[in-house]
Design a protein around this ligand. Structure first.
Ligand SMILES: *Cc1c(COP(=O)(O)O)cnc(C)c1O
Length: 426
């Protein structure tokens, strides 16, 4: 079924580290060899052997309209034809900023980048520049991209590989990073009591999507907001993953206003992008208005802007998000019912157009609990789904995504495959 992919993986391994350009893609979390993708259309992807899958990875979240949505393709192709990069301002950047602000009013001023990693680095640097303080607080299992001082107990690929702390990061680079368990208000109060006046910012995923999908417990985000305000530290919401996948963003949904917000993924419509922004007086510290330097050759790239704008425009059409969320709810309820029938020890979490299946009887509330899931069984389950034409993340610690292209027929097929895969992997 995968002979071509296997052959290609051999070739790739000779040239690319681990045969991939981002670690989780290598399938080490589930065993076996990665599937090489050839094309995507709507909810489906086709591999180099001609196998077709219903895709719940969607490039790790960005493709909220599915693959090769006609409006996105037209916009991107049009932009390429007009010149793919200028390194000078363009109208599309204004349009993008306006559109982002219409969804996220807390971004009074913003800066566009080429990745979520850069957005998080920029936000932390701006916070440090604004407060004149060094320390930051992050939570175990929250992923904020690849910056040295943020790769401390980070989720996502770092978790899959069992490397919660990356080699190559000098201890001194991480010494200003305070790490606390997610949803632990007590530990947070303690950290602020000890270090409060030295803390520049607290950065978190307001809904954590890189250790599976873990929701904030009632009161947690309020505590986060109150403590940062009390100690004059800035609150940074990293909504790179959940942005535009929860109505109003996590900040609108939970009615908490952060000082700074990081975005990415969906706003690039499948092209490289990131964005950070927030309170105007904080962003005024960023160059050229202020002394905090941050730049990028391809920042605000016209092709990414065009694809992202087409995506956001589509999402603003009446009923589109309602429909997407209804389908997600239908899928999750179908999966739950199937799990119950099979008496399988699984739990689910979901919000907006995202969901997660945990091989654990209770939904985890933090990283330690997420790690207690049965990753061995997930591996067997993953391959059982793959064989049946369902492409899930090749790791037990990731979030699954739906797109507007996922049909009720896709959902029914997925639920049927899920039931069989539970049996087969049990
Ligand atoms: C994906 C992600 C990032 C990093 O974005 P890249 O574009 O991969 O650099 C940062 N934060 C969160 C929450 C993410 O999910």
């Amino acid at each position: 079924m995968f002979s071509h992919s296997k052959e290609l993986f051999e070739q790739a391994q000779a040239l690319l580290v681990g045969g991939v350009n981002s670690p989780v893609r290598a399938f080490r979390g589930v065993g076996g060899t990665p599937v090489f993708m050839a094309k995507g259309r709507g909810s489906k992807i086709e591999d180099e052997d001609g196998n077709v899958f219903i895709d719940y990875v969607l490039s790790w979240g960005p493709l909220i309209l599915g693959h090769a949505h006609p409006a996105v393709v037209d916009a991107a192709v049009g932009a390429v034809k007009d010149g793919s990069s200028f390194g000078a301002p363009t109208v599309k950047e204004i349009e993008m900023a306006r559109r982002v602000q219409s969804f996220y009013p807390s971004l009074e001023k913003m800066r566009l980048t080429s990745s979520g990693t850069e957005a998080c680095m920029g936000a932390v640097r701006a916070a440090r520049g604004y407060t004149g303080r060094d320390k930051i607080i992050k939570f175990e299992g929250c992923y904020h991209g690849g910056a040295d001082y943020l790769l401390v107990k980070a989720g996502s690929g770092a978790t899959t590989l069992g490397q919660p702390d990356s080699a190559g990061v000098p201890a001194s680079f991480a010494e200003h990073t305070i790490v606390i368990p997610y949803n632990d208000i007590h530990a947070l109060e303690h950290a602020f009591a000890e270090q409060g006046p030295r803390i520049a910012a607290l950065i978190l995923e307001p809904v954590a999507g890189n250790m599976g999908l873990i929701l904030p417990e009632p009161g947690f985000l309020d505590a986060v907001r109150n403590l940062t305000t009390h100690y004059n530290a800035l609150l940074i919401f990293d909504e790179v993953l959940v942005g535009f996948r929860i109505r109003g963003g996590a900040q609108g949904h939970f009615d908490i206003k952060p000082d700074l917000t990081c975005l990415g993924k969906v706003i690039g419509g499948g092209f490289p992008v990131g964005c950070y922004g927030g309170r105007a007086e904080v962003m005024a510290k960023v160059a050229p208005e202020g002394p905090v330097y941050q730049a990028g050759t391809l920042s605000g790239n016209p092709v990414a802007m065009a694809a992202g704008l087409a995506t956001l425009e589509e999402l603003q059409k009446p009923g589109v998000v309602d429909d997407l969320e209804a389908r997600t709810a239908a899928l999750v309820s179908g999966l739950k019912e199937a799990a119950k029938k099979e008496e399988a020890p699984v739990s689910f979490s979901s919000i907006g157009s995202m969901f997660c299946i945990f091989f654990r009887d209770r939904q985890p509330v933090n990283y330690t609990e997420a790690m207690q899931g049965d990753a061995q069984r997930y591996g067997r389950f993953f391959h059982a789904m793959l064989k049946r034409g369902i492409y899930l993340a090749p790791s037990a610690y990731e979030t699954a995504f739906l797109s507007t292209a996922h049909s009720y027929e896709d959902i029914d097929k997925t639920v049927a495959a899920f039931r069989e895969a539970l049996k087969e992997s049990g």
